[in-house]
Design a protein around this ligand. Structure first.
Ligand SMILES: *Cc1c(COP(=O)(O)O)cnc(C)c1O
Length: 243
């Protein structure tokens, strides 16, 4: 991946998202892209910053911890999108601008305690489990209303919306059903007085379906940065070359 390839990917994905918006009868200005930089190193992220990207999604706290100091001059907002252990709340409170994977009360308590200590407040999205796959994290949908009510008590956590991962399936109907579920849950919560407009859903492989169901934010990794060379481990590949 060199810098010109990255630039081509970046404009290409934006064009494809705009196209999906048009097909869904939506205004492209309503749908933002969150670049997911997990497993990619500081050189490539720096090249992405040069193209105008400022927010980056990461799924491991350790990666944010390692990359943030190396990119301190870039003004990056780090967004935590992966499963978060309670004992990592301290680093998240210090380094992340936002958490999209808030899925349980214990984590809200830990983040709140650490954020109070830091004197900060952050935006959060509640991750909801919209598929029956056993491996997926997220709050069970039926627990969402009481959870949102409880979160009103935490001043450090500004709840702005919901996040989900769709089922991994070749059946568009099933994938789309997950996205629809999240939108319906959001609409019900809004009707109950919660100000949570944002829907973070859709990735490189399924974003048109998410756009069709009302996504306001797509978490895109592969389509921007290419295939992750070591998908399951944390590794910085070659630095960006080219011009
Ligand atoms: C990796 C990841 C993405 C991006 O996936 P791609 O298929 O590479 O676009 C989105 N959301 C979460 C939670 C991820 O961990």
């Amino acid at each position: 991946m060199d810098a010109s390839h990255l630039a081509a990917n970046w404009s290409d994905i934006r064009r494809r998202v705009d196209e999906a918006c048009r097909e869904a009868g939506r205004d492209p200005a309503e749908v933002t892209i969150l670049p997911v930089s997990k497993t990619f190193g500081p050189e490539l992220i720096r090249a992405a910053v040069a193209l105008g990207m400022r927010r980056f999604g990461e799924n491991k706290v350790q990666e944010i911890r390692d990359k943030a100091p190396l990119l301190a001059d870039c003004g990056i907002d780090w967004v935590m999108i992966g499963h978060l252990q309670t004992n990592k709340a301290k680093d998240v409170a210090r380094l992340a601008s936002e958490v999209q994977s808030l899925d349980r009360l214990e984590l809200a308590e830990a983040l709140d305690r650490r954020l109070q200590h830091e004197g900060r407040a952050i935006d959060v999205l509640v991750q909801v489990k919209t598929s029956s796959e056993p491996s997926k994290y997220g709050l069970p949908p039926e627990q969402l209303p009481p959870f949102l009510d409880t979160l009103r008590g935490y001043d450090t956590l500004r709840v702005r919306g919901l996040m989900t991962l769709a089922i991994h399936s070749n059946e568009p109907v099933e994938v789309r059903g997950c996205f629809r579920r999240l939108r319906e849950l959001r609409d019900q919560a809004i009707a109950q007085g919660h100000d949570i407009p944002r829907l973070s859903m859709g990735m490189s492989g399924d974003f048109p379906l998410a756009v069709a169901e009302g996504a306001t934010e797509l978490r895109i990794g592969t389509a921007i940065f290419g295939n992750r060379p070591y998908p399951d481990s944390y590794y910085w590949p070659e630095p960006v070359g080219g011009t």
